[in-house]
Design a protein around this ligand. Structure first.
Ligand code: SAH
Ligand code: SF4
Length: 348
């Protein structure tokens, strides 16, 4: 079923909610009460707003959709700390979001699109193609779903990474609006610094993002140092090549003074050699950055193999000898297909 975007409560910012409440003949301050109920108390349906008159709760019920995401499948990894949820959207499409519990950190990996248009060969989301953008409310709702779940355990979300299904910079405005909504001090008050956006390298969007000087962390998926190889893995490279991409990254660091993260999926014999690490060191020389190396996670449509632990450590060593900090990211949730690049809608 198609629904009007303006009726999804998570699509509204406070001014829009205020207008709506006024159009119902209610005073403006009621909008703020609804806003705080939604984002401070994490109430998820009108019946919970016990501080509001019944007549207003009925108007909310009649005019607004709260249940924009229906969790249809919950999978827990055998590591006991990773949960993947499959959500059904109002039009029947589906997306996934993952909660990773570290010691103190509770990191959410959320989606920005149904599928992805970028077509990276090694990524399950890329392999499924593009269906549609998520609205800002559908992005916000993923966070609020997990915020509510954690609240019941006396916990809170500490970090949000936009590294689920989709290319966030291909859905730029909705993604930024979602972050702004979650960032509102009067509402959920989730600090910009606790978000990380990952992009496959849409250069004009990186430039725009740099100009906006936001405090959000930026990660760029690189995976290769030569255009021919990168284009064969990531078709977006044919549009914006490595030289242009790195120039935009340098511009970003210059304008914002912020460190950039480069992501590198380590694929056996393809990009995990010491030689490749040396080339990467050369490419990133003098750039305020950090490399996040992720052993490739398996996907059905790609035959490349993950690197070994020894090779990953040797790769890291070369980078560090050249002054480039590198971490090897722990693999999480592989048994439930919740690792990087493994998110695609499971057919039930
Ligand atoms: N579209 C954005 C964000 C989502 S993908 C992007 O591409 O950056 C999140 C990260 O997972 C990216 O760095 C991506 O390159 C990486 N990735 C994709 N498929 C992977 C796989 N099979 N194994 C490991 N990492 C993968
Ligand atoms: Fe899209 Fe990112 Fe997957 Fe590439 S790696 S297909 S950009 S989700």
């Amino acid at each position: 079923m198609e629904i009007k975007p303006s009726t999804v409560v998570y699509n509204l910012d406070l001014p829009a909610l205020t207008e709506l409440v006024k159009s119902w003949g209610e005073p403006a301050y009621r909008a703020k009460q609804i806003w705080q109920g939604l984002y401070k108390n994490i109430w998820i349906n009108p019946s919970e707003f016990s501080n509001l008159p019944k007549s207003l709760r009925e108007k909310m019920e009649a005019n607004l959709r709260f249940d924009v995401l229906e969790p249809t499948l919950k999978l827990d990894s055998t590591d006991g700390q990773t949960r993947k949820t499959l959500f059904r959207l109002p039009d029947g499409r589906q997306v996934e979001a993952v909660l990773m519990r570290y010691d103190r950190r509770k990191t959410l990996c959320i989606s920005t699109q149904v599928g992805c248009a970028m077509g990276c060969t090694f990524c399950a989301t890329g392999q499924m193609g593009f269906t549609r953008h998520l609205s800002s409310g559908e992005i916000v709702a993923q966070v609020m779903y997990y915020a509510r779940l954690l609240q019941a355990e006396g916990e809170v979300v500490t970090n949000v990474v936009l590294m689920g299904m989709g290319e966030p910079f291909h859905n730029y405005n909705n993604t930024m609006q979602a972050i702004d909504r979650l960032n509102d001090p009067e509402g959920y008050n989730f600090g910009a610094r606790r978000f990380t956006i990952s992009t496959s390298g849409l250069v004009p969007a990186i430039r725009q993002f740099a100009q906006e000087k936001r405090q959000i962390n930026l990660a760029v998926s690189l995976h290769a140092t030569e255009d021919e190889k990168r284009s064969s893995m990531m078709p977006v490279n044919k549009r914006y090549d490595i030289e242009e991409l790195i120039a935009a990254c340098r511009e970003y660091v210059q304008l914002t003074g912020r460190r950039i993260t480069f992501e590198w999926a380590l694929i056996h014999e393809i990009n995990d050699t010491p030689e490749e690490a040396r080339k990467l060191s050369g490419l990133l020389k003098g750039l305020l950055c950090h490399v996040n190396a992720i052993p490739l996670n398996p996907t059905t449509g790609y035959s490349g193999q993950a690197t070994t632990r020894e090779r990953a450590l040797a790769f890291k060593e070369v980078l560090e000898k050249n002054g480039i900090p590198c971490t090897i990211r722990m693999r999480r949730g592989i048994d439930i297909q919740a690792g990087c690049g493994q998110l695609a809608v499971i057919s039930l």
